[in-house]
Design a binder for this molecule. Structure first.
Ligand SMILES: Cc1cc2nc3c(=O)[nH]c(=O)nc-3n(C[C@H](O)[C@H](O)[C@H](O)COP(=O)(O)OP(=O)(O)OC[C@H]3O[C@@H](n4cnc5c(N)ncnc54)[C@H](O)[C@@H]3O)c2cc1C
Length: 437
């Protein structure tokens, strides 16, 4: 079908229909703007489809932590279960790597946590609001989640994390070995300690949640074009958004294409220190005799998350693979995570023909990019949510709508300014950046 150029200019074109793009589109419609959302429309191509569904106030820690230095030799040898490096690719993302290493300091880690806390604190309530409107409130529960430590040493190694959480007033409970077992009788492995974060929601089907938000957006009078954007063209009279079958004219653009955002921004002259942190999942049935797994758990020793996804079904999720977004999948990590999971839960049959793979849109300092493109009028960046985009995507939508309508953002956006990770151009301070159309 040929999609003709729309004569009427619309207010905002949103590029990318994962959690960040869909939530932005909804929030913009709620402010009365006309909105077209462009996305290829492949559910499994969204990272928002395949994640662990954790929505936690305590998810405030970037990957680049002060603990990195002690682990670096293990990481470089690909001997850590949580991280796999494709060395040839790491050489291709040197700006990201350099910035990532520079951020691995206690002071930067704590600063990042402070910046993320308002986002993670607002995440669950915003999802509850949207899901209630979308009729999918049942997909979100509030069971908390547990970080599990196999040894006392591993628990001791996470002391700074606990200190920062407590300093920020994030609720947590320390569990000893018996308390871990009592909290999750489905666990067959013995853990030395656990940390329960009660202020945490769990989504039992993240893909279905995004789709329900799409329907909500349509119900609010929004339009969706299932097309990949090929080029963004700025002009004196607004933007032309080119796709394979035509063009959309819009006064403002929201770039929310997840891990593809860096490449699209490059077409406009922006070079971000940006990378794809790939991840995998696969599903297993719990053995019929096993007690249910009642909440997501992170096995820090395996570097993987086990998340209940519907009755009797567990999603096993891998850690990070640093590799090109579109390189062929490498199932080594998820296979190892699945073997570990079989020692942690009584798993029955695998339920997938092959694992799912997605790419976390990754900034080196672990903070998303939410702000105006400094070289253009009416360009809003909303990407780079890394490990927490399913949860913080919803509230990001509200912030995008604040920017588009010239409203003071409800959450301070200076820490998320694009300029901090822009290699080029570097010629403006964050607060001097672009503006609405
Ligand atoms: C294994 C794993 C576990 C995770 N667990 C959690 C978790 O528990 N909690 C949490 O909060 N986060 C989690 N995340 C992270 C989270 O999934 C991501 O941060 C989030 O999905 C990013 O959302 P997004 O909308 O930016 O990107 P996406 O969901 O990837 O959406 C981007 C969209 O843009 C589209 N697109 C790409 N190119 C174009 C183009 N040219 N034109 C138009 N559209 C385009 C894509 O097709 C896609 O639909 C996890 C991620 C992984 C991999």
């Amino acid at each position: 079908m040929r999609v003709a150029e729309h004569d009427a200019e619309i207010d905002v074109a949103v590029v990318g229909g994962g959690m960040v793009g869909v939530a932005s589109a909804i929030a913009l419609r709620e402010r009365g703007l006309s909105v077209v959302l462009l996305d290829p429309g492949e559910a499994r191509a969204r990272t928002s489809y395949g994640n662990a569904g954790v929505v936690s106030r305590g998810s405030i820690f970037p990957m680049s932590s002060p603990a990195l230095w002690a682990k670096l030799p293990t990481y470089l040898r690909n001997a850590d279960r949580g991280l796999r490096l494709r060395h040839s690719h790491v050489a291709r993302v040197i700006p990201w790597t350099a910035h990532f290493l520079a951020a691995a300091r206690a002071s930067a880690w704590e600063r990042a946590a402070t910046a993320l806390l308002p986002l993670t604190s607002a995440a669950l309530a915003e999802h509850m609001r949207l899901a209630a409107q979308a009729g999918t409130g049942h997909l979100i529960t509030r069971p908390g989640w547990i970080k599990l430590y196999r040894t006392d040493d591993a628990f001791a190694g996470a002391a700074l994390e606990r200190t920062i959480l407590q300093r920020h007033g994030v609720a947590l409970e320390i569990l000893d070995s018996d308390a871990v077992r009592a909290a999750e009788p489905a666990l067959t492995r013995t853990y030395a300690r656990g940390m329960l974060l009660p202020e945490t929601g769990a989504v039992s089907d993240p893909g279905a949640l995004v789709e329900s938000y799409e329907r909500l957006f349509l119900g609010l009078g929004g339009r969706i074009l299932h097309r990949a954007v090929t080029r963004l063209e700025p002009g004196d009279d607004g933007w032309r958004v080119h796709h394979a079958d035509g063009t959309v004219r819009a006064r403002q653009i929201v770039l929310a294409a997840g891990a593809a955002s860096g490449e699209i921004a490059r077409g406009l002259g922006y070079r971000f220190a940006f990378a794809a942190e790939r991840g995998y999942h696969c599903h297993f049935a719990l053995h019929p005799d096993s007690p249910p797994l009642t909440r997501p758990v992170l096995d820090t020793g395996a570097g993987s998350i086990l998340a209940p996804m519907g009755e009797g079904r567990v999603r096993v999720l891998s850690g990070v693979e640093l590799n090109a977004r579109d390189a062929p999948p490498d199932y080594l990590q998820i296979e190892a995570a699945s073997r570990e999971a079989a020692g942690t839960l009584r798993l029955g049959a695998p339920l997938d023909n092959r694992p799912w793979m997605g790419a976390r849109p990754s900034t080196p300092d672990g903070l998303p990019v939410i702000g105006f493109g400094p070289r253009h009028r009416g360009l809003i960046f909303a990407f780079g949510h890394g490990h927490i985009g399913l949860s913080t995507g919803a509230i990001t939508g509200r912030l995008v709508a604040d920017l588009a309508t010239g409203t003071a953002p409800a959450i301070p956006l200076a820490p998320f300014a694009p300029q901090r990770i822009l290699r080029w151009p570097r010629w403006r301070r964050p607060e001097a950046g672009g503006s609405p159309a």
